[in-house]
Design a protein around this ligand. Structure first.
Ligand code: DPP
Ligand code: ZN
Length: 872
């Protein structure tokens, strides 16, 4: 396969200053006339041919300065339009193409979703609409005329401000939109359909009156209120936290039912997967509300980090994504609970990014080559990309960080940039050399930091020795030491932090690990402290410290850093789980650590008031966490059994406290999605989960009662999920009732599909196959596919069935889907990202399945790339 390499980057030979699009909508033959003001790029090659990108395009005609071109002046193919001898000066190029939105099941370019036309252009979808220099460093001002039938498409939208509407005859009408901000083609959008709208206004800090519109399916308007509220709060927050104002007269969000991603930040016209817009207490969970808020914020924040300042090329994807994730994390931290957000982000990073980083699909935050860019919208680019920026902030401090951001916005507004240009802003304002810090962008793999501590009672010193290693990853056998900010505290015997003194002076809590081994000795340490390491998860690394369980249990009780207070309990539980797995595999009795119950049980204390935080304390490490800690020869069944055994043990020790907490926290009032109420429900569910851990009648009855009496979707879904873990009559009844009650609501059926696909029971695979053949599934809808097949791929025991049937199913489904939607098919195949860590039997079966995919004829670049890289 053809690899695109960062090292081969060249500026475009031509630039396009303006794009005038005339789009005449038709379900199967949409006519697109693109009039482009083209000129040679002074930084390009002189005399070069003009080569425009296309993808499955049908060319109708080409003209230069109004003069039609003969066939011999052009070379036209569905994927390319070449003009060998274009004019040497500026010229106007008019290209007419015809496309079929109904046949577009890939959902890239212009397609129809539930009867509405919509577009998705990132990364390379614009070339499916017209021939273009479809690369992010070609910025143009767009004017878009959309024309369609009044009856089917009363709403006609594109980027920017509305400048004209009118009748087009024949029952058709048109709208002209102009976006004054130069943008790359991937930010183009067009939506047309019969949609309902919710409207509001926002006045920016400098007084711009912005019309806000959220478009949804008719009849769903009442489910758009929360998204609208989140828009306004995001706009205000970006003004206050980053000094960034909105820059058009209208900001629009459209919810569509068929969407490859979560949402898309098209200039002024964000297009959303409807699951991240629509919410009501009866249909959405607390998790849905939190996701909607975060994703609305994320896409809105892209207006400055991504749209006003975009990427020079797709290798720089983290420039906009890592930074925008960082910004949405900060928004959520300010809006909800900062420690809880940090814990959830760390859990998520470990589950998704650490997993990716430890396997054959590992790649740097800024990759150096790709066969298919769609496959690099990954947790490494997004979430690790955000962590790198967070480390930068820790290293240079919040004031310099803010100055660096301001400089970046000032200096690069309107440009297409690189990571080097971004980091240079922070180097400049801080006066620091960030050259070695750049390794975070170039080196893949999760560093491990081994810590040894020593207290010298006579000298009253406490020494910390930190040894770092960055593991080999595909294409990168040898690594250099990273620049790792380790934020530490020394917790004294009374639980309070001791002052940090080094060389006779007060020392920063930020220790920079830049060498293979770094040593620091703190002085005047009156009594043996316990080291609190990597406070607030100050670096995305694995830590192996010589602290004892006693030390961690002490931290779990006393650490002033809320993240590490949580982490300490997790660490003790994780150690116990690993020991339990080893015991199971050696047929030894299960090792018990009764004090885990003390750490976890703190969550259920009657005087605990931070319920959201307590719910995190109550949650055990996941099966994936245990698998990664073990590292190789992984047996998912043993891990599942070990975790279950620990849960049963905890249930026995904490049952009364959990039952009391459950009663105490049970709702009476009306539902509100706010963070405090959601936290209360989360802790209640954590208590119920423990009470139902063994599948015994009493716990099941409680879950059934919650299901039957639920007055909001959070309680109902959580109850259903707990019921789903064990075979019982209540389980079957609740699943049937849910389908009967919500069968006509696709987003609720997604939850129903997901719960069944994620069930750790041997019948799951057969059930998934039956559901796939049933009426609630539709392979053309990415949300259905992700809910059923995607969730099954994330089911630790059932995807990893010892007989290999789970692997075969996912592989076969990916091949079927590849003919319909390669991007989503490649995602599904991502289930194999940790296959090499499995025990030999499963490993061999997973490899067979992957080889079957790789050998299949006619693979898309998307699926071919994942299969090949996964096999390494
Ligand atoms: N829509 C995706 C995101 O916002 C890609 N830009 O991250
Ligand atoms: Zn994004």
């Amino acid at each position: 396969p053809q690899l695109v390499r960062l090292a081969d980057y060249r500026p475009s030979d031509f630039l396009i200053d303006t794009v005038d699009l005339d789009v005449r909508l038709d379900p199967v033959a949409t006519r697109v006339t693109a009039t482009l003001k083209v000129r040679p790029n002074p930084d390009g090659r002189e005399g070069a041919a003009l080569v425009l990108d296309g993808d499955e395009l049908k060319l109708v005609s080409v003209a230069i300065d109004g003069v039609p071109l003969d066939d011999d002046a052009i070379e036209a193919a569905p994927e390319r339009l070449t003009l060998a001898n274009p004019p040497r000066g500026p010229f106007e190029l008019t290209v007419v193409t015809e496309i079929d939105p109904t046949a577009n099941t890939r959902l890239m370019g212009l397609y129809r979703s539930n009867g509405a036309y919509t577009t998705q252009c990132e990364a390379e979808g614009f070339r499916r609409i017209t021939y273009f220099l479809d690369r992010p460093d070609v910025l143009a001002v767009y004017t878009t005329r959309v024309e369609g039938p009044k009856a089917e498409t009363p709403v006609l939208l594109s980027n920017g401000n509305l400048v004209e509407t009118g009748d087009a005859g024949d029952g058709r009408h048109f709208a002209v939109w102009r976006d004054p901000h130069p943008k790359p083609s991937y930010l183009f959008a067009l939506v047309a359909g019969d949609l309902g709208v919710v409207e509001d206004r926002f006045v920016t800090a400098s007084g711009r009156d912005v019309a806000l519109k959220v478009f949804v399916e008719h009849g769903r308007e009442d489910r758009a209120a929360y998204a609208m509220d989140a828009i306004k709060r995001s706009m205000r927050w970006d003004e206050e936290a980053f000094g960034r104002e909105y820059d058009l007269d209208v900001f629009m969000v459209v919810a569509v039912s068929h969407f490859n991603m979560g949402a898309m930040e098209n200039k002024g016209l964000n297009v959303f997967n409807d699951k991240y817009v629509l919410a009501s207490p009866e249909t959405a969970t607390d998790g849905d509300y939190a996701n909607i808020e975060a994703i609305i914020a994320h896409e809105y924040f892209h207006n400055w980090t991504g749209n006003r300042i975009t990427c020079r090329d797709w290798f720089q994807l983290c420039l906009k994504e890592g930074l925008t994730v960082f910004r949405d994390q900060e928004f959520t931290s300010d809006t909800r609970s900062r420690p809880v957000k940090r814990i959830m982000d760390a859990r998520n990073l470990r589950a998704s990014q650490f997993a990716e980083d430890s396997g054959p699909l590992a790649h740097p935050v800024r990759p150096e080559a790709y066969a298919e860019i769609n496959n690099f919208y990954t947790p490494t680019v997004y979430e690790k990309g955000a962590e790198v920026i967070r480390m930068l902030k820790v290293l240079i401090g919040p004031d310099a960080f803010k100055a660096g951001m301001d400089l970046y916005f000032d200096r690069h507004d309107g440009e297409a940039c690189t990571i080097e240009q971004f980091v240079a802003c922070f180097a400049e304002v801080s006066g620091r050399d960030l050259g070695r810090f750049m390794l975070w962008y170039r080196q893949a793999g999760t560093p491990t930091v081994e810590i040894r501590t020593a207290y010298d009672a006579a000298a009253k010193t406490f020494a910390i020795e930190a040894a770092q290693t960055v593991p080999p990853t595909p294409g990168q056998p040898v690594k250099q030491p990273a620049v790792i900010p380790m934020v530490v505290g020394l917790v004294g015997p009374d639980g309070a932090d001791l002052p940090l003194t080094v060389g006779g002076a007060a020392a920063s809590p930020v220790i920079e690990l830049t060498e293979p081994v770094t040593r620091v000795t703190f002085e005047n340490v009156a009594a043996r402290p316990v080291a609190s390491l990597f406070r607030n998860f100050s670096a995305p690394v694995k830590v192996a410290a010589d602290l004892t369980d006693d030390d961690y249990l002490f931290l779990a009780a006393h650490d002033a850093d809320p993240f590490n207070r949580w982490q300490a309990g997790q660490t003790v539980a994780l150690r116990n789980l690993v020991a339990r797995v080893a015991a199971l595999r050696a047929s030894r009795p299960q090792p018990e650590e009764p004090r885990i119950a003390d750490a976890i049980g703190r969550a259920f204390a009657p005087d605990e008031t931070d319920h959201a935080y307590a719910a995190q304390v109550a949650g055990l490490p996941s099966e994936g966490d245990v698998a990664r800690e073990i590292g190789d020869e992984v047996d998912p069944d043993a891990i599942h059994a070990a975790r279950r055994a620990l849960k049963r043990d905890l249930a026995a020790r904490l049952g009364d406290a959990a039952a009391a907490a459950y009663e105490r926290l049970s709702e009476t009032g009306a539902y509100s999605p706010d963070a405090a109420s959601a936290g209360r429900r989360a802790l209640k569910i954590a208590a119920l989960d423990l009470l139902a851990a063994d599948g015994a009648a009493e716990g099941v009855a409680r879950a059934k009662a919650l299901y039957d009496g639920a007055t909001n979707m959070t309680d109902r879904i959580m109850a259903l999920q707990i019921l789903s873990l064990h075979e019982s009559d209540a389980r079957a009844a609740a699943l049937a009732a849910f389908e009967a009650d919500y069968g006509d609501d696709p987003l609720l059926m997604d939850k129903w599909l997901l719960i069944q696909a994620a069930t750790p029971l041997p019948a799951t695979l057969d059930r998934v196959k039956a559901l796939m053949a049933g009426p609630r599934f539709d392979i053309r809808n990415p949300n259905r596919v992700r809910s059923l097949v995607g969730a099954f791929g994330g089911n630790p025991t059932q995807f990893n069935r010892a007989d290999g049937a789970g692997y075969a199913f996912v592989a076969e489904t990916a091949l079927v889907l590849d003919r319909i939607n390669p991007q989503v098919a490649a995602r599904i195949l991502g289930a194999f990202k940790t296959w090499r860590a499995l025990e030999p039997g499963r490993r061999a079966r997973a490899e067979d399945a992957l080889r079957g995919v790789a050998a299949a004829p006619g693979l898309s670049p998307d699926v071919g790339d994942i299969a090949r890289r996964a096999l390494g």
